[in-house]
Design a binder for this molecule. Structure first.
Ligand code: ADP
Ligand code: MG
Length: 468
């Protein structure tokens, strides 16, 4: 084997030429672990860290590598590959096969899937152990998403739905399902490596890499031999052009290798403004599964299930029915309400009756028959944006007041039957100011994703109650 500086110089030159021919992500994914073993009589041997890399590189990049070497050597060459499988090599003194990340989660520090005997779950976040398939209540509203997730978790290599995109409003179980897949794959060892990231974490990691806080090899290596990639809340990639490009490249590599990708989104991906059409069109090739708000019967089933797994204060079925009938806009709020009642029962040791529940929950439960008022909207906007009600109804033109005021006027128009002059009056304005605000909001809702998301979730909150 060549061990002289000339070999190193030659290999560095080869890598430079290759870097100019291959997209950056692919280069860092596949080439940083290669080694030049031999270069004699126009025969070049390249070492790979494992069979997986050997297969991929020899299939996809053999010609590119040969051309790069021929450019440098100015003569024709033969290229062959050899598996170095470093972890079996007694002389190998590099990084250990596994390292623990900050959260104590096992991460592979060196790619050698053939030798991994336990499934690796790589997540920068601690996953919620209760988000399992067993704890997930299935009904009409989530049947397809649940079935697709279990099928994928049981046999990721089948690639029946790839990518699988789960979408639906907040608090409807997207994260629960995605983490259930992670737990299942890990426990049943149906694949060797499963990676879970929220798109925000992915962005953060990518920014660290761009800012050189993280080296490229460790950034790309996470995804290099991933069998199942789980990305939560893809909508946060909207508008982040270069992060999307990186993501697309990783996604593409995995898809070419028939590796499973599951993505969640808070809306139909095509409705996410600022997501590249290239990415969107790839989502269309897989399965899109929607999560809908649960109907009454299922809300009750979810409450019963939660109560079963929660051994705090016991809540009677009558009270559970009352909660299922009247509460909130999603499962998360349903759950929050149950926790509140259980805590009361636990601390006071008094059984919770419907009357007590009504008293404890008070304002948090919206009476379906109670109309939404402009006053309530102003109060909710005030809480959301931390601006006093008196400022919202004042003449102040400061941006931190004017913007929430416009949102409040917009919501008053959308959610109540009040006329423009009446809405104006509630804000101490005339109707023409309301028209101006509504026009402005129509534009903002199309162009400013952050305000749109905030306004939409506020709207959902004010509306409360499930639609039957
Ligand atoms: P999302 O990611 O869609 O915003 P989550 O997955 O975080 O929602 O769910 C919110 C809460 O509701 C979680 O505690 C989750 O366990 C619970 N939940 C949602 N759907 C179900 C379901 N079908 N069965 C049991 N719990 C559910
Ligand atoms: Mg979520």
């Amino acid at each position: 084997m060549l061990t002289n500086p000339r070999r190193d110089f030659f290999w560095t030159k080869c890598l430079e030429v290759l870097m100019s021919k291959i997209p950056e992500t692919a280069f860092f994914t596949w080439f940083t672990n290669l080694e030049l073993i031999e270069s004699e009589h126009n025969a070049v041997t390249i070492g790979t860290p494992n069979n997986f890399v050997l297969d991929y590189v020899s299939h996809h990049y053999k010609d590119t590598i040969r051309q790069a070497i021929e450019e440098i050597m100015e003569s024709s060459v033969d290229v062959s590959f050899v598996n170095l499988d470093k972890s079996c090599n007694s002389q190998y003194t590099g990084t250990p096969l596994f390292e623990e990340n900050d959260h104590g989660v096992l991460q592979d520090s060196f790619t050698s899937p053939a030798l991994i005997d336990k499934t690796v779950l790589d997540s920068t976040l601690a996953l919620n152990p209760t988000y399992s398939f067993d704890n997930f209540v299935v009904g009409d509203c989530n049947q397809l998403a649940h079935a697709a997730c279990t099928a994928v978790a049981e046999a990721p290599q089948n690639n029946n739905f790839n990518p699988l995109v789960i979408y639906g409003g907040t608090g409807l179980g997207k994260t629960h399902l995605l983490q259930a897949v992670a737990h299942f794959v890990k426990d049943a060892e149906t694949a060797r490596k499963v990676v879970y990231r929220t798109s925000e974490e992915f962005t953060r990691e990518y920014i660290d890499f761009v800012a050189k806080k993280k080296d490229s090899a460790s950034f790309y290596r996470v995804y290099q031999d991933t069998d199942v990639l789980l990305i939560d809340d893809i909508q946060f990639l909207a508008g982040k052009k270069s992060t999307q490009e990186q993501f697309y490249s990783i996604f593409n590599n995995l898809q070419q290798l028939n590796k499973q990708v599951i993505i969640t989104s808070d809306r139909l991906p095509s409705e996410i403004k600022g997501l590249h059409t290239r990415l969107l069109s790839r989502f269309d090739t897989g399965l899109l599964a929607n999560l809908q708000p649960p109907k009454l019967e299922m809300r009750l089933a979810i409450l019963r299930k939660k109560q079963e797994s929660d051994n705090k204060g016991f809540i009677s079925d009558e009270v559970l029915s009352y909660v299922a009938n009247s509460v909130a806009s999603n499962v998360r709020e349903l759950e929050g309400t149950l926790i509140k009642l259980s805590a009361y029962a636990c601390f006071t040791q008094i059984p919770v009756t419907v009357e007590i529940a009504k008293r404890i929950l008070g304002d948090t439960i919206r009476n379906e028959n109670k109309p939404i008022t402009i006053k309530k909207i102003i109060r909710d906007v005030s809480l959301e944006f931390n601006v006093p009600v008196s400022h919202l109804t004042s003449q102040s033109r400061k941006r931190n007041v004017a913007e929430p005021r416009q949102i409040a006027m917009y919501l008053a128009r959308k959610l109540t039957d009040n006329s423009l002059p009446t809405i104006g009056l509630a804000f101490g304005r005339d109707y023409s100011t309301v028209i101006h605000s509504l026009k402005k909001m129509e534009t903002v809702m199309k162009t400013n994703i952050e305000i749109r998301d905030r306004t939409d979730s506020l709207k959902e909150k004010i509306l409360g109650g499930f639609q039957e």
